[in-house]
Ligand binder design. Structure first.
Ligand code: SF4
Ligand code: SF4
Length: 423
């Protein structure tokens, strides 16, 4: 039995459940939240501000629609139809006046947390809205100083079938549910006399995980996802920012930084070999870096992939059982079993522990950057190959190039969910 370093008390899984106590062994203790150098985080957010994929990565955003299976395509289109009004409704929530009268002597933290849990959010915590993690194009949109971090649990059973359309459906369904419930949550905050701005889970205003970590709702896993106490990386995340009188939560050391170094299941099982084994300092934060260019092709062509979510023991069993097992045996619960580590890839078959698929190099060859950059690269290639002749034919190519670039630069922010032909 390992020596317990500290215990973390958290609310029960569902509203009204008994609290749980997580035993973090001394040997896994590092720091509350994440190891970071704040001055470096400041530097990178100032010099290289984060920007949304809807702006910076529009080329592969267009490409994914060309490789979806018919089933995924229809699923995504349906999601878009249902979700569009929910995302649109969130956009101007920061302008809506409070409906009640605020009492400056009353701290409304407990009222907000209780309401969030009653409405179905599995985790709720409060911290500063950290503008360093808000996307460049959303910085002036984000109005209020406090972030209410809200996590919704994605369904357990379908997630265990990932990568599959059965797992992908609930994933997007959760976004719709929580996006709609958050509008009610914001209405409630307004009855307390305060503003509430909904940061949609499908129109993210920034990188949310750092604020969830700061609010003590989990720690960053080697799979690049929030490992929350009850449902690990099955947590789907969003924010509501507010000017309400609240008290901030504090970051927590759940032992996950050291645990991931030992576990490594997601790193070993990733079909795209997109996860790094060792942590690095990235933008001032110590983390395992994901290689986007190796992940994106797998996600797009295999139903959102999510193998790294599915195989994580914290997701499957919960943090307390996993750490209790580790404390008693020194072993990672489920590691090496087909139940935890096995997955199917459509048309390729089943991969058990120790087995990974192979892809040829063309599989990873996808467009990168912005759509207009991609058009320029294509044009450049034609020029180098001597495919742009002098005369009217060449002029027509040039005009076509100009039209395409104008179309992209004038369309502004692209909705990631909408197929290009419908945008
Ligand atoms: S989604 Fe799939 S490819 Fe991407 S990091 Fe996770 S396991 Fe790897
Ligand atoms: S699978 Fe293991 S290494 Fe990966 S995030 Fe989960 S606990 Fe960490």
């Amino acid at each position: 039995m390992l020596k317990i370093g500290h215990k973390v008390k958290r609310p029960g899984r569902n509203h009204g459940d008994e609290p749980i106590e997580i035993n973090v062994p001394e040997e896994l203790e590092t720091v509350p939240g994440v190891n970071q150098n704040s001055a470096d985080v400041d530097f990178y957010s100032r010099e290289y501000p984060l920007e949304s994929q809807n702006i910076e990565l529009t080329a592969d955003r267009e490409w994914v629609w060309t490789v979806y299976t018919h089933e995924v395509l229809e699923d995504r289109k349906q999601h878009d139809r249902l979700n569009g009004p929910i995302v649109a409704a969130a956009l101007n929530t920061g302008e809506i006046e409070p409906t009640g009268k605020a009492d400056p002597d009353v701290d409304v933290t407990d009222a907000i947390k209780t309401k969030a849990r009653e409405l179905g959010f599995g985790e709720v915590g409060i911290t500063k809205l950290d503008l360093r993690y808000i996307f460049k194009y959303k910085k002036s949109w984000a109005k209020f100083p406090h972030a209410i971090c809200l996590a919704w649990e994605q369904d357990y059973e379908p997630t265990q079938t990932a990568p599959s359309i059965e797992a992908e459906g609930p994933h997007f369904g959760v976004y719709r549910t929580m996006g709609a419930v958050a509008l009610d949550m914001a209405d409630y905050i307004r009855t307390l006399g305060y503003y509430a701005q909904v940061h949609s889970p499908n129109d993210n205003s920034g990188a949310y995980i750092p604020m969830f970590v700061e609010a003590g709702l989990g720690q960053l896993g080697a799979n690049g996802q929030l490992l929350s106490p009850h449902f690990g990386s099955r947590a789907r995340l969003m924010l509501i920012s507010t000017d309400a009188k609240v008290t901030y939560d504090q970051p927590v050391d759940y032992g996950m930084h050291s645990f991931c170094n030992i576990c490594q299941i997601c790193v070993n099982r990733c079909p795209g070999r997109a996860l790094m084994r060792d942590k690095v300092m990235w933008r001032g934060v110590e983390k395992n870096k994901l290689i986007y260019k190796r992940c994106r092709p797998v996600m797009a062509q295999y139903e959102g992939c999510a193998v790294c979510m599915k195989v994580c023991p914290i997701q499957r069993y919960g943090m307390k059982p996993v750490l209790d097992h580790y404390n008693e045996t020194g072993q990672i619960l489920g590691k090496g079993t087909h139940l935890l580590e096995g997955f199917n890839l459509r048309d390729k078959g089943y991969y058990g522990p120790g087995e990974l698929p192979h892809f040829d190099k063309d599989f990873f060859s996808i467009p990168h950057g912005k759509s207009e950059d991609m058009v320029f690269e294509q044009f450049k290639e034609k020029v180098s190959n001597g495919e742009i002749p002098e005369g009217p034919e060449g002029d027509a190519e040039l005009r076509q190039f100009k039209n395409k670039v104008s179309q992209y630069v004038n369309q502004g922010v692209v909705d990631m969910m909408t197929p290009p032909e419908e945008a």
